[in-house]
Design a protein around this ligand. Sequence first.
Ligand SMILES: Nc1ncnc2c1ncn2[C@@H]1O[C@H](COP(=O)(O)OP(=O)(O)OP(=O)(O)O)[C@@H](O)[C@H]1O
Ligand SMILES: [Mg+2]
Length: 236
Amino acid sequence: MDNIIELKQLTRSYRQGGRVFAALSNVDLNIQKGEHIAITGKSGSGKSTMLNLIAGIDHPTNGSVEVSGIDIHQLDESKLAAWRGKNIGIVFQFFQLIPTLTINENILLAMEFVGKIPKEERQENASSLLRLVSISDHRDKLPAALSGGEQQRAAIARALANNPDIMVADEPTGNLDSATAKSVKEIFATLVAQGKTVIVVTHEAVEDGRFDRVIRLRDGKIVSPDNTTSQMQEQA
Ligand SMILES: Nc1ncnc2c1ncn2[C@@H]1O[C@H](COP(=O)(O)OP(=O)(O)OP(=O)(O)O)[C@@H](O)[C@H]1O
Ligand SMILES: [Mg+2]
């Protein structure tokens, strides 16, 4: 079994007043290399919490996240940041491009920060990513000069800057019109076809067969994986 991500008894809880509230509760889940996964569920069900724990942005209260055999939350902050930069591409709902840098510079900065791509290859890599997401014509503009869909495609190009094996996206099409959302979804499908593992949080209906697996969360627990496999145990 070629698991790239293993969540074991993953729990994130918060203390509220005198009570403990679990945003995510004892979740066990294995994700295989190359899978296209949707995480869905109502507002407050724990989707962003789960994604942020997988990306090493947030830390578990209990349990573990193993990615390619590395227990990522055992890494110290600087090692975790370096690991994240090399291995995970992250796309947020509100793009989060650096407003004072052009689109091209935003992508180059991601490469500089991580240092994985050799200096002399960075511009060529940026250009090919801009082509992949079809925004080459906008490369020298500031983010504010682009439409929402163009900014989201720029954010995807930036997330791919260091050629990560895993791409996670939190409501990446939540702020886009349906045609633009479709083009973003097609980019994710292309990445899956290239062998990347793509995990997308979405509120939308996911019945169109686009995903290999749909993980449904309710109150911080997995309630209905589309195709239950032996490696995935629903928590009672
Ligand atoms: N920093 C925090 N402190 C306290 N509670 C939190 C914190 N972050 C999240 N929560 C709570 O954890 C639960 C899960 O939050 P999460 O953001 O994962 O939900 P979500 O499924 O992504 O929702 P949405 O669809 O609205 O984005 C919510 O009830 C939320 O209020
Ligand atoms: Mg959320």
